[in-house]
Write a protein that binds this ligand. Sequence first.
Ligand code: ADP
Length: 481
Amino acid sequence: MDKTLISLLKTQAFIDGAWVGEPRMVVTDKATGEEIARVPEMGAAETNAAIAAAHRAFPAWSKLLAKERAKILRRWYELIVEHADELALLLTKEQGKPLPEAKGEILYGAAFVELFAEEAKRVYGETIPTHKQDARVVIMKQPIGVVGAITPWNFPSAMITRKVSPALAVGCTVVVKPAEDTPLSALALAELAQRAGVPKGVLNIVTAKDPVPVGRALTESPLVRMITFTGSTEVGKILMEQAARTVKRVGMELGGNAPFIVFDDADLDRAVAGAIASKFRNAGQTCVCANRILVQDGVYDAFAEKLTAEVKKLKVGAGVETGVTVGPLINTAALKKVEEHVADAVAHGAKVVTGGKPSPLGGTYYEPTVLTEVTSKMKVSREETFGPVAPLFRFKTEEEAVRMANDTPFGLAAYFFTRDLGRCWRVAEALEYGIVGVNEGITSTEIAPFGGVKESGIGREGSHHGIEEFLETKYALMGGL
Ligand code: ADP
């Protein structure tokens, strides 16, 4: 890759303020399969070195005035925005999403840094009316300590800033392990953090091909006080089990199986636009992407027709090409899963209205797909497809829709479209989900709490709720007054 274009292309890991390790693991351009760069394959020893560095950096960083940390974070935010085009290009190359979407992610990710730079100054304690004449009850908020963060490939930049910036804002120090498919965005963020004045050891990035030893080192070290993870429910459970041995706090943003409900009284054009945005963003590879589209009987055919017309307008191709709206899938395993889900649905009676096969472009490209007559017998109803496939289920009543929507162990995001005000409230309250989009297909913003219920996770990221996750509550009884 042209290095003058990407001055933020780093090929070493970042530990204790130094770029270290021998570049070995190949990071590919997901559109072409070509090598972009190599990064180190680190293990337990390097992770422990990063943890030790974070632990050494913690006292000084946590003792800075909030205003001083805020200033450094603000500078980091400004640098990310200044380099947004460069970061977006790097992200598109290593991840595959179309360039405008990548730029959107960079700015969305930067917004967390901006927000938490501001929130750093608003971490308030409290005093509680005393229970003893000669004592006062004081509550302090303190940073939890060293944080281990493990992040996924579908948002290689924003998932890092969403975790790291609130942690740094309150005085925590962090060791990040980015996903093996997309380590370059993480390293570029670290470079900018260093330029912004984040002191050595405060932010460390450990790259690895095999995540297991790194995960073990992070979860087993008594110096690490919290594990924050975004990824699959399966891996989240492993990390929770491992973290239990040292009773660490955990923040878990796990898988979803988002229902997208279209009622008879919905504004159909709005519902179609919402479904396109929710389903096909990032080629369907987000944990809040609509996974099951539930459509009421009366509008089923009309919705299917309108949706199909819009899906046919989507353009598949390399993310750097103008006009492309659906990029490649992350790897061949992802492509295989999508093929398997569609084959299973068809075998059980679903109809392919458009798409339904890999794109003639080859590689990991898959055609945007609409399936009708989908039922709960099919895999697409139970598992996240994580691809550009819109399966349309049919329902008759509101009760049935809510029951179908909640019939899953997951509970991250749900969406529904209706113009009935009473139904808006009833259904929003009845859905067992952490996030509900009412007549909206995209809900993500730094100012609102993001997170799931049931097997979709623990804790919230973003907003003032997101900063609480990194704080301990200390009660001091000031006696003998
Ligand atoms: P996905 O299915 O989205 O790839 P994963 O849960 O497999 O999600 O991956 C999310 C992150 O978790 C990645 O950074 C990956 O390297 C890491 N990871 C996967 N398995 C483990 C593990 N056993 N221990 C620690 N981290 C892991």
